[in-house]
Structure formats: structure tokens, C-alpha cells
Design a protein around this ligand. Sequence first.
Ligand code: RIB
Length: 296
Amino acid sequence: MRVLNFGSINIDYVYSVDEFVKPGETKAARSLSVFAGGKGLNQSLAMAKAGLKVVHAGKIGKEGEFLVKTLKDGGVDTRLIEISDVPTGHAIIQVDDKGRNCILLFGGANQDIGEAYIDRVLVGFGHGEMLILQNEISSMSSIIAKAKTKGMTIVFNPSPYSSLVPNYPLELVDIFIMNEIEASGLSGEHDPDKAAGLLMRNFPQALIVITLGEAGSMCAHKGEILRQKAYRVKVVDTTAAGDTFSGYFIAGLAEGMDIQKALDLAARAASICITRKGAADSVPWRKELEVGDIRI
Ligand code: RIB
């Protein structure tokens, strides 16, 4: 099966710090590393490294061409990516001593997605094919509506959550993949179990996956909740763990796994991702997911 990921492409500037900088504080970072990133790019790589045929659509500025090479090297079809007059999107990421991150985004070319480009991208896709979306590009509502009209299956990761999300045509989404913060934003409920219950009621058509960090993940569908543990590893950098989880979960479903197996595959992949620095660079290949490779 072939999937289309219409998603962000970023340059990640990653600063290593002991603790995150506080309001009013000036702080020296210990180091700076530059990585390929963007939730879209990371998820395309995760799906491709898992073995799925992935076409990535999105925009970069002229200085972002190395990001296309990263996608190609990971096995992603990049023919639909266009160069914009707007600079490439970027992220300023602090990673602290506990491996936690905080991210400041500049949308750049990711916010230069308009109707003509959407039509050019969707022309080659149709019934039964999957569209993967995160929330880092412009014209989200239009992409969802146009893809659904063509009969595509819509997978939406509402990350990062924004006040725009509830205005998207979410009744057209077939699979939601989100973390606790996004689930709380979308449901108004902080407790993940209650959020899952509410989301199931509000979106009865959809499969709802909620990731819970070290508490694992859950999938709510048709009144039932499945749970998955997180594998215990030494945390170096949690950046792109959610993207790795999403990509591998989708790949698992696309190859016909049942939901529980796909959740387990995704949890294994995410556990390897957090033992490594960076975003795209930390996404593992499928062969690395053998049980023996994960120090549980
Ligand atoms: O999920 C991690 C990603 O979020 C980073 O690669 C950064 O670019 C932001 O999009």
C-alpha cells in the first residue's frame, strides 16, 4: 500500500541545556546540533523505515534542499515537494538533562500551502489510499475535505495542538493519533481515560490513539479501550518519539496488523528513538526492532 503524508519539513536547531531557560533569564547552551526535522518529515521517515511506500508532499525554502535528501535516503518519494519563496520552516529545541524537550516553531514554507498546490498533490491519489496529516502546515481544512471527497482514509495527528483544530472538519477523520495534551485540548478533559471516552462519543467514526509517555498508549474504538505498555530504556532525547510512534503505528495497520500488534510495534520503535539524539536521525529502521535490540 502507498500512503501520502502532507506534512511539515523543518530544520531543527537543538540546544543542549541542564534546565529549560526561564522567563526573563539568559542562559548559555552547552551545545548546538542541527538536524532534519518537522513532524511531517519525521513521520514520513518512520513509515518508510518501517517498510511502507510513502509519498511526502510539503514545501521548503531554497536553503532546505538537504532535508529532501534526508527523506530520499530514508526511502521516501519526494517528487511532490516544492520549493517556496518563503524560507524553510525551523524549530528551536531545548533538550534538558532528563532528555525532555521544549520546541519553538517557525512555520516558514510549511505555511505556504495553498489551494493550487493541494490540487496538484491530490490529483494522483484516490479511493482507499491513506492521507497522513499533522498540524504544522496551512490549509488543513481544505486538505482534509478535498482528500475525503476523493475517498481517501484520513489519519490526523493534531500536533502541535492549536485553537484552529476544533474548526477543522474532524468528522471526516478516520484515525486520530495524539498525546495527552492534544487529547485534553480536543476533549476538554485532562484525565486520558475520560478524554478517550469523550472523543469516542464525539467522533464515533474514528479510531482514537492516545500516547501517554512512559505510561504507554491506548486505543479507543467502538466503546472498547486497548492498552499498550511503554518499553523501558535509558532516555537521551524524547524529540520525535511521538512521530516515530505514529509512523510505525500507521505502517503496522497498513500492512494488516491488528490494533494491539500495531500499538506494540509503535511502542518498540518509539523506545529506540528516545535513546538517540535528534529528530529524523533518531527514527529506527524496522530491523532494529527485534526484541534483542531493545534493552527492556
Ligand atoms: O516532533 C518533533 C518535531 O517537532 C521536531 O522535529 C520539530 O521540527 C517540530 O516539528
